[in-house]
Ligand binder design. Structure first.
Ligand code: ADE
Ligand code: ZN
Length: 326
């Protein structure tokens, strides 16, 4: 199995449905209606997906829940050959953006991650993420949580949520705060918004990576600009297809972006929601685009170069990549 680097994974979005149901049962919380007959998450479109996601997250109420979630998610990642992954963490869901509470949640996640890495499992880093449709005031509080806890584990700051509301510039204060704390920056853009949304994220937030970014393909001048700047796209093809952005793997633009020189990487976003895994993403791309191990090795190297980790960690992971390809 090829070793994989994943840059775009929402921690709550990676929760297996059985894990969420188990917690709901333990806590006698009614989250009825978010699963289908087969026990999978059920939603009709992206906006419904966001509501189901937030409902599922409502059963995660303690640091211990997040420790258990982190372990379940890293087990899934390891099963796909992932050796390094970055996950979006939301103080909105972890203590309601209260810094002291956030520290407790974060400690539980970090300690679990370090234990698993110490046992030879995937190495994890956290990207604190504000949620666009929760608005700029909450994003400011989220950025303060991020700034307070920036360090060896929290290494990045980002924004997710509904790209159709508000604008990147509304979140400039939060991103400036995170940047001043030494955090590296990424933003979801070019998923539900077009090329101008990607341009605005780069111009107004100063991000070095874009979550998704695939709709840049609608403006080839922008594609060339991304290639020239070396902006890395965290592409999640299975997520885009599951949410109806593209009808199928052959129509997905990742191949065209790659061929035109954009630094693309591959991630799963919210894998159980979209019936995917890193292993499945690789298999579908190999089928649809005829990509071979050489292409996948290049993608992994691009992802590692763009990873929000320190030089020593990058070197250690590079050694593991090289050993696997030797
Ligand atoms: N939160 C979780 N998954 C997301 C996605 N694909 N886009 C925006 N926000 C998200
Ligand atoms: Zn995402």
């Amino acid at each position: 199995m090829l070793p994989k680097i994943e840059l775009h994974l929402h921690l709550e979005g990676a929760a297996p449905p059985a894990f969420i149901r188990g917690l709901a049962r333990e806590k006698h919380i009614d989250i009825g209606g978010i699963f289908d007959d087969r026990g999978n998450y059920s939603f009709t479109d992206f906006w419904h997906f966001l509501r189901v996601y937030e409902a599922a997250t409502s059963v995660l109420t303690t640091p211990r829940d997040y420790a258990r979630l982190t372990e379940a998610v890293l087990d899934q990642s390891a099963a796909s050959g992932v050796i390094y992954t970055e996950t979006f963490l939301s103080p909105d869901f972890c203590g309601g953006r209260d810094v002291a509470a956030w520290r407790d949640y974060l400690a539980a996640i970090r300690e679990t991650a370090l234990r698993i890495a110490g046992q030879g499992g995937p190495v994890l880093r956290g990207i604190v993420t504000c949620i666009r449709h929760f608005g700029p005031d909450k994003a400011r509080e989220t950025a303060l949580c991020a700034a307070e806890t920036a360090g060896d584990f929290v290494t990045g700051f980002g924004i997710a949520g509904d790209e159709k509301v508000l604008a990147p510039r509304d979140f400039a204060w939060a991103f400036d705060c995170a940047r001043e704390a030494g955090l590296r920056l990424t933003a979801h853009a070019g998923e539900w918004g077009g090329p101008d949304s990607v341009r605005a994220a780069i111009r107004d937030l100063g991000v070095e990576r874009i979550g998704h970014g695939v709709r840049a393909i609608e403006d080839l001048a922008l594609v060339d600009e991304l290639a020239e700047r070396g902006t890395v796209l965290e592409v999640c093809p299975g997520s885009n297809i599951a949410l109806g952005l593209y009808p199928g793997w052959r129509q997905h633009p990742i191949g065209r972006l790659f061929d035109r020189g954009v630094r693309v990487t591959v991630s799963t976003d919210d894998p159980p929601f979209f019936h995917t895994t890193m292993e499945r993403e690789y298999a579908r791309l190999a089928e649809a685009l005829d990509w071979d191990d050489g292409v996948f090795a290049r993608l992994a190297r691009t992802a590692l170069d763009a990873a929000f980790c320190d030089a020593e960690t990058r070197k250690a992971i590079a050694r593991r990549l090289e050993d696997a390809h030797a």
